[in-house]
Design a protein around this ligand. Structure first.
Ligand code: GRF
Length: 201
């Protein structure tokens, strides 16, 4: 069964959607590890309450960057993680980790990349910027993670039309709704007949 390592920093609604998809039998996977960049993340508290192997891993708890990276790699290996799923993780994944898990790390972004992506574009900042730009569409992007923020190969994008009355909140709601349906479907492409296995050989 596909073993997931899910990285979070915030509310963890994508984590919950993936968890529910597994519980209801829609996704053949298991969550072996949750890494949170903060002990204050709501998603971290929820993961603990729901019996997941959730761990806070942050650079400031380590004396050096190398120790931090080593701890991350050890956790991933000990939990036998096949696929790293970034679900609202706002930190950069260390390049040592990207190198080992290349094409086995994915991220979800609440806009149509390459627009409205990169450093600083997270949470409501993204939706505010999209509305200010007068774009006709926002959307959801799921992509492989490489060494640069929001720059890896795109796997899928689903447009979400913007309506005149939209506020950042209303747009965020519609985008989230698509995210929660879409992420589990894309994760399922990595299960049994892993569609991407040719990339990792
Ligand atoms: C989502 O909009 C996701 O696209 C972005 O961060 C947000 C995370 O939300 N990367 P949540 O923590 O899953 O609720």
């Amino acid at each position: 069964m596909l073993r997931l390592g899910i990285f979070i920093s915030g509310q963890g609604r994508n984590l919950k959607a993936i968890y529910n998809a597994i519980k209801s039998g829609c996704l053949d996977a298991q969550i072996n590890l949750v890494i949170s960049s903060s002990e204050n993340a709501q998603g971290y508290k929820w993961a603990k309450e729901n019996g997941l192997n959730a761990i806070v891993l942050k650079r400031s708890n380590f004396t050096s960057r190398d120790e931090f990276v080593k701890a991350m790699l050890e956790l991933l290996s000990k939990s036998r993680v096949d696929l790293i799923v970034l679900a609202g993780y706002i930190k950069k994944v260390p390049e040592e980790v990207v190198k080992i898990y290349r094409f086995r790390i994915i991220n979800i972004h609440p806009a149509l990349l390459p627009y409205f992506g990169g450093k600083g574009f997270y949470g409501m900042n993204v939706h505010r910027a999209v509305l200010q730009s007068k774009a006709k569409y926002s959307g959801v992007s799921i992509h492989f993670v490489d060494e640069n923020y929001d720059k890896g190969q795109i796997i899928i994008q689903i447009p979400v039309p913007i309506i005149t009355e939209d506020t950042p909140e209303s747009l965020a709601d519609r985008v989230s709704n698509i995210e929660h349906q879409l992420y589990q479907k894309i994760i399922s492409l990595f299960t049994a007949d892993n569609l991407f296995s040719n990339l990792t050989k």
